[in-house]
Design a protein around this ligand. Structure first.
Ligand code: FMN
Length: 191
């Protein structure tokens, strides 16, 4: 009897621990649906840090690579100069400012993050989408805004990234509130 117990007790303990681990992972790790075996990139532009914060959270949940889309000429740090000066002019004239090198050719799924700028995506993101070849790739948009919402940024992205499939965007005010990690996990699980 003692011998049987000596074998049974460790077996039960190991089995119990494994079930606990699986259950713990199920609640903290997004399932990632069809993304599981794809090459994933999180690419984002951010001027004041909100989109960067959301991009890093997405990256920590989906893995893959992450990079910041950077204009060759950085925007000024002054809000008025950026918003009412350069960004407004770029928006009005349809300017896609040059950006530092990007290459999406080795990725299947590209999360593309932007702040809402003048009712659409920021101009460097327009450059990113129109300069790269997105044929056959999946774009997953995420947008941070200052109260105006996501506008039609997902559709604007689809117009620029020819041949891409554009999924439903994650849209959040600022960096998102206390529930942003949970909200992101729910959105990612539905993709
Ligand atoms: C040039 C500029 C234009 C903006 N235009 C809008 C807008 O049209 N609608 C809106 O809701 N917020 C607008 N905002 C606010 C930003 O979308 C918001 O603060 C965003 O979270 C900033 O992201 P970031 O910190 O990654 O740059 C604008 C901000 C700037 C600097």
């Amino acid at each position: 009897m003692k011998k049987i117990l000596a074998i049974l007790i460790p077996v039960v303990l190991i089995a119990g621990f494994s079930v606990y681990k699986i259950a713990a992972n199920a609640t903290t790790q997004p399932k990632l649906g069809g993304l599981m075996d794809k090459k994933v990139l999180v690419a984002y532009f951010s001027w004041s840090g909100n989109t960067k914060s959301v991009a890093e959270k997405i990256h920590s949940q989906v893995g893959g690579d992450i990079f910041r889309i950077e204009p060759v000429t950085p925007y000024p740090s002054d809000y008025n100069e950026t918003a009412y000066g350069i960004a407004k002019e770029q928006k009005d004239k349809g300017i896609h400012p040059p950006i530092k090198n990007t290459d999406v050719s080795s990725y299947d799924v590209i999360f593309v993050g932007t702040p809402a700028w003048w009712y659409t995506m920021a101009p460097p993101v327009m450059t990113f989408l129109s300069e790269n070849n997105f044929e056959g790739k999946t774009i997953v948009p995420f947008v941070t805004h200052g109260g105006g919402g996501g506008y039609t940024i997902d559709k604007d992205m689809a117009n620029l990234a020819k041949g891409a499939k554009v999924l439903s965007p994650f849209v959040v005010y600022g960096k998102g509130g206390a529930s942003v990690d949970k909200d992101l996990a729910e959105w990612i699980n539905k993709l």
